[in-house]
Design a protein around this ligand. Structure first.
Ligand code: NDP
Length: 249
């Protein structure tokens, strides 16, 4: 049920943090994996890790904010590995700045990376999936899709929008046997959360998280394997929390 042999996955931001955890998880389950991210040295390091577990993998340099580059990136994956069966929209950024001070270009950059690119990539991938009557789209959201965030309203708005996009595309694409679901990571160890470790907020997170710790990128990989596999074929428009219980306290 969980075997992904013969399937092709594309993971945006798959060169580090949660994206790399997901890329490694999908590869361990048998998928061929394409990493799509900007930083060439991180891409090469992640590719080496994937190949060390004998994965059939490639890494392509892609800035998901370059809308005109999205189609050609997925076309290149199709040529090198095959058409994308599993799309993971993971690339994301957070730019701190409350609503009164946030610059317009920072608002746009967060929305473009965290929401708009997910729609445009999903649209391209889903056209091909629909023709084959099979596909999985997995969007990486955030607890801030549900909670307000006064220091990064752009981030919260982008992730809230991503959950609504997940539900909307799930309904539209169900007839084509494409499942669209979201993962909400809690606090996960990554470059994005590393600076928090030196702040008092870190202990507040641990106190509030019933599991009493940060999660690992590999633990997000487990949820992604489930949502990418036949084990979840009757699950669509859902959100899976990988958060050690943070959201329920
Ligand atoms: P990291 O900062 O470690 O990773 C972010 C990834 O996104 C990098 O691989 C980066 O690649 C890629 N990326 C950013 N901008 C672009 C772009 N324009 N084009 C292509 N790739 C891009 O963060 P995390 O692993 O923590 O975050 C991954 C996702 O999980 C994000 O969507 C984040 O919002 C979400 N998340 C994380 C949580 C956490 O606790 N860590 C909690 C909840 C959600 P490159 O360096 O090559 O640009």
């Amino acid at each position: 049920m969980f075997d992904l042999t013969g399937r092709v996955a594309a993971v945006t931001g798959g060169n580090g943090g949660i994206g790399k955890g997901i890329a490694l998880g999908l590869a361990e389950a048998g998928a061929a994996v394409a990493i799509l991210a900007r930083n060439e040295s991180k891409n090469l390091a992640a590719l080496a890790e994937l190949r060390s577990i004998n994965a059939n993998a490639i890494a392509l340099r892609l800035d998901v904010n370059q809308r005109t580059a999205l189609q050609s990136a997925l076309d290149e994956v199709a040529v090198k590995l095959g058409p994308v069966d599993i799309l993971v929209n993971n690339a994301g950024i957070a730019i701190p700045g409350g609503g009164l001070r946030l610059a317009a270009e920072d608002w746009d950059r967060v929305l473009e990376t965290n929401l708009n690119s997910c729609f445009f990539l999903s649209q391209i991938a889903a056209r091909s999936m629909a023709a084959r009557k099979s596909g999985k789209i997995i969007n990486i959201a955030s607890e801030y899709s549900r909670f307000g965030n006064p220091i990064a309203p752009s981030y919260a708005a982008s992730k809230g929008g991503l959950i609504q996009l997940t539900k909307s595309m799930a309904i539209e694409l169900a007839a084509d046997n494409i499942q669209v679901n979201a993962i909400v990571p809690g606090w996960i160890e990554s470059d994005m959360t590393a600076p928090i470790k030196s702040r008092p907020f870190y202990n507040e997170i641990l106190m509030r998280t019933p599991a009493g710790r940060f999660g690992t990128p590999a633990e997000c990989g487990g949820a992604a394997i489930f949502l990418a596999s036949h084990a979840s074929d009757f699950i669509t428009g859902a959100t899976i929390f990988v958060d050690g219980g943070y959201a329920i306290r």
